[in-house]
Design a protein around this ligand. Structure first.
Ligand code: NCD
Length: 307
């Protein structure tokens, strides 16, 4: 049973096919309105979410399918001590596909190993978040018209930010990618990401603490929230949370055609005044995420022989 736990589970060719499907959905949504007729998606979210869960749900509805949801871990059997494996086995009896978010790294893999339907990882702890990366790739594709020859600045919490880990992995497979890793020293990109992803692909990267200094050389600035829920102590969070704030003033130093991305939710990292700058693309990412989730649900249900 094919599941998607990591963006690396999808080949570059498959990413391109997903983008093509999403573009086709955008051009002709009616064609897909009954594609998942009478099929069901379960959203199992053991961690807070607005966009990811609602976008999976909207995606399934727009494909003509149905959704059942377990949004509150505290009101499910997880609160009684049920394992992820048992929950996955159980829910497989009710639905055709599962989207799951969990605070523990590896939880989605455990679910996939025990489910009898495809599982999509909607975020596992500080590890990865492949469908946010799909949203990001469609956004880059639509805004920059290419996925190669790009200098990308990741800024903020590169240690715990799972969206950064997944997008860095996906981009490392394209030609001419350069990364600028902008973070406080305490929140640097984990060495396993550098060792396992950037170095084998020979991706040039530099690490800096200075956002303003890096702005001028970027095609894409990917801002992130400091991941409060993954900190061991509140003091460290408070000390680091407002280290980077993108303002209109700072945007003057950025190239005219640089785009600003953010997986959202935003806390304080981007001043609201930047939203009206045409380079701000974070709300476009939200919409693109729905189309890419539609494309992924279609692909996995087709491969499973369900549709
Ligand atoms: C991200 C996540 O959950 O990792 N949000 C999202 O899915 N769009 C980013 C974040 O929470 O900071």
């Amino acid at each position: 049973m094919r599941s998607v736990i990591d963006v690396m589970d999808l080949s570059v060719k498959e990413l391109e096919e997903l983008i093509a499907t999403a573009e086709d959905i955008i051009a002709d949504p009616d064609k897909y309105a009954e594609a998942c007729h009478r099929k069901k998606l379960a959203t199992l979210f053991f961690e807070p979410s607005t966009r990811t869960r609602m976008s999976f749900e909207a995606a399934m509805y727009e494909l003509g399918g149905h959704v059942i949801s377990m949004s509150e871990a505290s009101s499910s059997s997880a609160a009684k001590g049920e394992s992820v494996a048992d929950t996955a086995k159980t829910v497989s009896n009710y639905v055709d596909i599962i989207a799951m978010r969990h605070p523990k790294e590896g939880a989605a893999l455990v679910a996939a190993n025990n489910a009898s339907v495809p599982v999509i990882n909607a975020g596992d702890g500080g590890h990865c978040h492949p469908t946010q990366t799909l949203a990001d790739l469609l956004t880059i594709w639509r805004e920059k018209k290419r996925l190669s020859n790009l200098t990308i600045g990741f800024c903020g919490d590169l240690k715990f930010g799972r969206t950064v880990h997944s997008l860095a992995g996906a981009m490392a497979r394209y030609e001419g990618i350069k990364l600028v890793l902008i973070s406080p020293v305490e929140l640097k990109l984990p060495s396993y990401v550098k060792r396992n992803i950037l170095e084998p692909a020979n991706i040039p990267y530099r690490q800096t603490t200075d956002l303003e200094d890096a702005l001028g050389e970027l095609d894409i600035l990917y801002m992130t929230r400091v991941q409060r829920e993954r900190f061991f102590n509140e003091e460290d969070y408070l000390r680091l949370k407002d280290r980077y704030i993108l303002t209109e003033e700072k945007m003057k130093k950025a190239p005219e055609d640089m785009i600003v991305m953010h997986p959202l939710p935003r806390v304080n990292e981007i001043s609201v005044a930047v939203d009206k700058d045409p380079r701000a693309c974070y709300f476009k990412q939200v919409l693109n995420g729905k189309y890419m989730r539609m494309a992924l649900i279609l692909k996995l249900l087709k491969e499973a022989g369900t549709i």
